[in-house]
Design a protein around this ligand. Structure first.
Ligand code: KG4
Ligand code: ZN
Length: 350
């Protein structure tokens, strides 16, 4: 049973995971989040330097936790994009170096496919077809997926402007909440009334594209509301709860419509924003009502981590997909096509 080492460094998390045959043996995570907080967002060079410091200790940590030596690793997978260029480079170079020195196959994988793959660790193999809603800090995509390792991903819709996580981060900043904004809004929204302010549900009109998203108007609506109301103190909890409700409503409404329209009975909800308590609760409620099976990873596996990259590497290894060459470059803006960065090669492998 091959053991796969996975490395993730696309943003501010240095994640390492060890997976064999769909089972998570261990993972380790270091974050440079605190170093970025005072800038209100991730500073790429700071993130890259932090990855450089953390990568070897995290690999060692993950191996120790799994109770194995580096010599027992049979394949290595690393995020090759998308992400912050300098940050991706660190993990990609580390992954190649481990693969080269061990003489094992290397896979440069797509970060977003990793978000989807991680669910296999907790809920078993994916069904033949599912709708996946990937909601992260940089992406919001509604997809039709089959076999993640060997089949191309079909985009039903993406965001036209801000990603859902980006909207959380920007609205949090507007409200004076700390970075990262998503968890901060989630926290303060617990004391607020989600019906207090009727923020718009972007792109949900009858003439709007059913599976596309747009969150920049919603962010502006929150900014306008804050400008117009001079209450002291500002009702932060109500604003946060109402904004969060609008995002959760919009995301889940479109995801369920995609399941219905494409006769798919499984919804995969993944990425950092899938950690949001209201998004999870509303998705659960609406899926139960519609008879759709909801698959959502536990909160800690929704945000960036190494287990997701190891999980995807493990799927590729088990499917017998041809590994990457070691001259594979990072692609900071890689479009999601499939598990690997240049998805077409997968078909040749079969
Ligand atoms: O997937 P992820 O860890 O990194 C990217 O690939 O971008 O997602 C990070 C995003 C950030 O925008 C963060 O604010 C958001 O996920 N996030 C949340 C929550 N936890 C993280 N958004 C809403 N509620 C949360 N609990
Ligand atoms: Zn991510």
């Amino acid at each position: 049973m091959p053991i796969v080492l996975g490395i993730e460094t696309s943003c501010d998390e240095t994640g390492v995971g060890v997976v064999a045959d769909g089972v998570l043996l261990s993972d380790a995570l270091a974050t440079s989040m605190d170093e970025h907080a005072r800038f209100g967002g991730v500073v790429p060079e700071i993130a890259a330097r932090a990855h450089l410091h953390a990568i070897t200790p995290m690999v060692r940590h993950a191996l120790d936790r799994a109770g194995i030596g580096i010599g027992q690793i049979d394949a290595v997978a690393a995020t090759a994009g998308p992400g912050l260029a300098t940050a991706v480079q660190v993990g990609l170079a580390a992954g190649k170096a481990y693969a080269l020195s061990l003489g094992v196959p290397f896979y440069g994988v797509h970060h977003l496919a990793g978000h989807a793959a991680v669910d296999v660790l907790e809920h078993g193999p994916l069904p033949a077809r599912s709708v996946a809603l990937i909601v992260s800090g940089g992406h919001t995509s509604l997809l039709l997926i089959g076999d993640l390792a060997t089949e191309p991903v079909i985009h039903l819709g993406d965001t036209l402007d801000d990603a859902a996580g980006e909207a959380f981060d920007k609205v949090a900043r507007l409200l004076g909440l700390p970075y990262p904004g998503g968890p901060a809004i989630d926290r303060v929204a617990r004391d607020g009334d989600p019906g207090a302010i009727a923020f718009p549900r972007p792109m949900t009109g009858p003439a709007d594209p059913p599976y596309q998203f747009s969150f920049s108007g919603l962010k502006t609506a929150v900014a306008r509301w804050v400008e117009k109301h001079h209450e002291h103190p500002l009702p932060i909890a109500d604003i946060a709860a109402s904004f969060q409700e609008s995002v959760a409503d919009t995301l889940t409404r479109k995801a369920l419509a995609a399941c219905r329209d494409h006769q798919v009975d499984t919804l995969l909800l993944v990425g950092g924003v899938a950690a949001n308590s209201r998004v999870r609760a509303l998705a659960e409620h609406r899926c139960a009502t519609a008879g759709v099976r909801l698959r959502v990873p536990s909160v800690r596996l929704c945000t960036d981590n190494g287990a997701m990259i190891a999980a995807l590497g493990d799927l590729l290894v088990r499917a017998g997909v041809t590994p990457d060459r070691l001259d594979l470059g990072a692609d900071p803006s890689a479009v999601l096509d499939g598990a690997l960065l240049n998805g077409h090669r997968q078909k040749r492998a079969r």
